[in-house]
Ligand binder design. Sequence first.
Ligand code: CO
Length: 145
Amino acid sequence: MAIREITKYGKDEILRKVCRTQLNFDDRLAQILDDMADTMYEADGVGLAAPQIGILRRYCVIDVGEGIVELINPVIMETKGEQHGQEGCLSVPGRYEDVTRPMYVKVRAQNRKGENIIVEGEGLMARALCHEIEHLDGVLFIDKV
Ligand code: CO
């Protein structure tokens, strides 16, 4: 377990790149996911995507206060409703903007063992799911303002 350096907007083009599918569900992935959780908690964030620690792969971690959720190769399957609220990002320190997001999101993904999972979220969890999954396509919340 280790704290990784978080890439910052404006300094690192990696945040703008499209990440590749994660194919290996091995000890290395588990180690990185553990590090991502440590890094997220240490920075007081509710989510962290792999490109934010310099890895161009499709996975992220989220904890909105209900425990850690790890999503590998996540895909949004369904959204419902709408919410408006302030959003920030560990890669864009000090900046908070109003962003419109769905109120409900359903995601299919894999867990760290490569098993298929479904994750549903409402409110803050729906917001975090959208935000983190967009990171995997090089999209930042400031693009939505
Ligand atoms: Co972010």
